[in-house]
Design a binder for this molecule. Structure first.
Ligand SMILES: [Mn+2]
Length: 231
């Protein structure tokens, strides 16, 4: 089976519980639609688990993109034995802190040299979108949506900003072909319809159910059956 989760945001316990809930096995595939890091307590543990599994495909979220740009700078200071707050990095780190970066930075600083290098390499492998054909349907998966959508625009022509930071109109349908579905995270469903459940509108699925908020849930969608799972 093919499964999709999004916006895990460091919620390691919920992530592991969800893998149990869906009986995730080597024959299955899991797509993680970005924002693995920040906010929740253990983003490094989530990343390390994901990278240990060949059947987990990571997609980039806006928070992961920040991590990929800043962690190499922090790593360079740590490798030299320097304090990370005692140089020009401190201003960048402060901005990231204010957007939930504390657990990512703290967890990263606790890792050894090899583990830090692995995290940076892994973040560098995150793709901007994935397309998968399942039976008679095609699923386009992307963290935030297809910003500035045009029917004739190829997926590879979208910018990082358009794919990772956009807030799409939920009812906006993409692609004339009615077998093409779009699965997105980034915009918590509670902001769309007030519910912490997967929000479906036509051929759009919004699956960020706010795993890192007190009343939120981690959601998982099975692409074969459209079955929904929550922890
Ligand atoms: Mn996001």
């Amino acid at each position: 089976m093919n499964y999709v989760m999004s916006d895990i945001h460091g919620e390691y316990k919920k992530y592991l519980k969800m893998l149990e809930e869906i009986d995730f096995c080597d024959e299955d595939t899991l797509f993680v639609l970005g924002d693995v890091v920040d906010r929740g307590a253990k983003p490094m543990k989530v990343l390390q688990d994901m990278m240990s599994r060949a059947n987990v495909y990571p997609l980039m979220g806006n928070h992961d993109l920040v991590a990929l740009s800043v962690l190499p700078k922090i790593n360079a200071e740590l490798s030299k034995g320097n304090e990370i707050f005692s140089n020009e990095l401190s201003e960048i780190i402060k901005v990231w802190y204010e957007d939930g970066g504390l657990s990512t930075i703290a967890g990263f600083c606790d890792l050894d040299d090899d583990e830090r290098a692995d995290i940076i390499d892994y973040l560098g492998e995150f793709s901007l979108y994935e397309v998968v054909d399942i039976e008679d349907k095609t699923f386009v998966m992307v963290h935030a949506g297809l910003g500035n959508y045009r029917p004739d625009k190829k997926l590879r022509e979208y910018t990082q900003d358009e794919l990772l930071f956009t807030r799409p109109e939920p009812s906006r349908q993409y692609f004339d072909d009615e077998s093409v579905y779009v699965v997105m995270g980034h915009t918590p469903t509670v902001f769309i319809n007030g519910k912490t459940e997967i929000y479906k509108n036509g051929r759009n699925f919004f699956i960020d159910c706010g795993a890192c908020s007190p009343k939120g849930k981690l959601a998982c969608l099975c692409l074969e059956t459209f079955e929904e799972f929550y922890v």
